[in-house]
Design a protein around this ligand. Structure first.
Ligand code: ZN
Length: 336
């Protein structure tokens, strides 16, 4: 996935866009004719359920709520998370709202309700209920060898780490009420994925928290791009993450870029998709130069590569009409 996009490639992108659209429509038609064959593991929706989705741990589900009425607020509730929906306007298509539901890497497999409330002013005008089937992802186990002082923290470092955690929590507690991103998502660095999202980490023989992002190996000084439009919420120099940038994309959606050698933006800066925000380094707890790329979606830790699979390429989501409230291609797949 590259940038900048050359005009010829853009043209090709548009062609692929219309092909995508045809494929999505085909899938929608097929699912309405052969729902059982295509989703053999999905139980039929109980009465009172408006739709169902499925995704593996760490993936993102795109939920579309078709809505003709005026609404001032569309919000979903999923596990302990609030999912703000945003309006999607496409010429000639019915009005609808989209929500991105993040499945946390540690959400237990099972079926959960996504309850959506549509309000106009103070009054709830509609309530919808969806089922989301969370399936298990097979996470790898990684053994890492690090200098002893980077794993067994002394009291002073431990106290510093706790303060840093608080700082991040406070900075990320605010939900910007506006969706700041519009186009498709870009890979911040193209390189080899050296640390896989969700892997169970054994550091110097001790089990630690699972890896909550993807590590992309790249030479020191490689430029790091923002994955989408947003505002720089926080820049840090922390004990684990090293020099890091937190970009707020609005509606509770954040991306993180860690271990940078250099930060090229300041808190409060507006950034565009593909804009260079820093350079690859090995600051903080890192064994060599790489980018740690992380995502938080309304509190859920999701695989950043799931963003690249979302059907947002050129502007709004292609092929999403009012009758089509099906999900991203990635979350279609039900793995046993
Ligand atoms: Zn990492």
């Amino acid at each position: 996935m590259g940038y900048p996009i050359l005009p010829a490639l853009k043209q090709a992108g548009r062609r692929v866009g219309s092909l995508d659209r045809t494929l999505i429509m085909l899938v929608v038609l097929l699912t309405s004719v052969f729902p059982v064959e295509l989703f053999p593991n999905t139980p039929p929706p109980p009465k009172g359920i408006d739709g169902q989705y499925s995704a593996r741990q760490g993936q993102v589900v795109l939920v579309k709520v078709p809505l003709d009425e005026e609404a001032t607020d569309v919000k979903g509730s999923f596990l302990d998370r609030t999912i703000p929906f945003f309006r999607e306007l496409r010429p000639g298509e019915p009005v609808g709202y989209l929500g991105l539901v993040g499945i946390d890497m540690q959400d237990a497999p099972g079926t959960y309700e996504l309850a959506v409330t549509i309000k106009n002013g103070e009054q709830a005008i509609k309530r919808l209920s969806y089922h989301v089937l969370v399936t298990k992802e097979k996470f790898a186990v990684e053994h890492l060898k690090l200098p002893k002082d980077k794993v067994d923290l002394d009291d002073k470092t431990l106290a510093r780490w706790k303060l840093e955690q608080d700082q991040v929590r406070k900075a990320l507690a605010d939900n910007s009420a506006l969706r700041l991103w519009h186009s498709g998502f870009v890979e911040p660095v193209s390189g080899k994925r050296t640390g896989i999202f969700g892997s169970v980490r054994i550091m110097n023989g001790q089990p630690r928290n699972p890896h909550n992002g993807e590590d992309i190996g790249a030479p020191l000084g490689t430029e790091v791009a923002a994955t989408n439009d947003g505002v720089v919420r926080l820049t840090v120099d922390h004990v684990f993450s090293g020099r890091g940038v937190f970009v707020d994309h609005g509606l509770g959606f954040y991306t993180m870029y860690f271990h940078l050698s250099e930060i090229l933006v300041k808190d409060g800066d507006l950034v565009k998709a593909g804009q260079i925000i820093g350079k690859v380094g090995s600051t903080g707890r890192a064994t060599g130069p790489h980018l740690h790329w992380g995502v938080k979606l309304n509190g859920a830790r999701v695989n950043p590569y799931a963003l690249l699979d979302l059907p947002f390429k050129d502007g709004p989501a292609p092929g999403l009409s009012g009758s089509d409230f099906h999900f991203s291609p990635e979350s279609h797949r039900i793995k046993q």
